[in-house]
Design a protein around this ligand. Structure first.
Ligand code: THU
Length: 133
């Protein structure tokens, strides 16, 4: 299971996004330690602040399935002309469950992937000393 496979799965789930307000579909594919892949899409709400991003959608789905250890995350934004990285809220939430070297890749409509890590996207991680992991 490489990034290309994960990106394909992220593109598939992006089609299940509920994004009538932004018309901006996002899909996320999370590779779990057991080799399974859990996907998520953005689910918007007419009370805009309640929108759930694809990344958090995938993370909470995986945790609810009892999957707590992750190997990689790939994000697809087919409606973007360039690769879109996770928003600040998602960076905070992802960081709760992964280590700083955790690989995160993201790609837009052209399919080109940018490879990054949790530490690059979320440097100077605050309050990690409170973490129970
Ligand atoms: N969105 C995501 O799902 N993930 C990101 O990384 C960027 C933004 C969603 C939120 C909203 O539904 C739409 O994209 C536009 O911001």
């Amino acid at each position: 299971m490489d990034n290309k496979d994960l990106f394909e799965q992220a593109l598939v789930v992006a089609n299940r996004a509920y994004a009538p307000y932004s018309n901006f579909r996002v899909g996320a594919a999370l590779l779990c330690e057991d080799g399974s892949v859990v996907t998520g899409a953005n689910i918007e709400n007419r009370s805009f602040g309640l929108t759930i991003c694809a990344e958090r959608s995938a993370i909470v789905a995986a945790l609810a399935q009892g999957k707590t250890k992750f190997k990689a995350l790939v994000i697809a934004c087919p409606d973007a002309a360039y690769p879109v990285s996770p928003c600040g809220a998602c960076r905070q939430v992802i960081s709760e469950f992964v280590t700083p070297d955790f690989p995160i890749a993201f790609g837009g409509g052209d399919g080109k992937l940018v490879q990054s890590t949790m530490a690059e996207l979320f440097p100077h991680d605050a309050l990690h000393e409170l973490s129970q992991k």
